[in-house]
Write a protein that binds this ligand. Structure first.
Ligand SMILES: [Cu+2]
Length: 123
């Protein structure tokens, strides 16, 4: 009697452990968060990111001065405001390889027109 209870427990434990393992293999690979700072000098830092097709990537935007914005229809980035003290995260799963230039979307100072974030998506 006692041994059959132990056997059942073992089967349940193994069954429980197997399910999350299977689910993990079907999800897009989660990569470490990439941090981008929008600065009071009207620059993105870094101003160049490399992503990969089909790989889920979280971008975390922070402002070290001034209010800035990003958006990209091609990359599925909604209109996002980046304000001091309000970090904002955006999840991107690039669909197509290429070089995407994202201009700051909110007028932020004399350098606004040149405030550019380049995202290179590799296959
Ligand atoms: Cu701007």
């Amino acid at each position: 009697m006692r041994s059959s209870v132990l056997f059942l427990s073992a089967v349940l434990l193994i069954g429980g452990a197997a399910s999350p393992g299977r689910a993990a293999t079907t999800k897009p690979t989660a990569l470490p968060v990439l941090n981008v700072t929008a600065t009071s000098e009207q620059k993105f830092s870094p101003d160049h990111l490399v992503l990969h097709v089909g790989k889920r990537q979280t971008l975390r935007f922070t402002s070290s001065g001034g209010v800035h914005g990003v958006a990209s229809t091609d990359l599925g980035i909604p209109a996002t405001t980046i304000a001091p003290g309000q970090p904002v995260s955006v999840v991107v799963v690039p669909k197509k390889a290429g070089t995407y230039k994202i201009n700051c979307t909110i007028v932020c100072g004399p350098g606004h027109a040149d405030m550019l974030l380049t995202i290179v998506v590799k296959p």
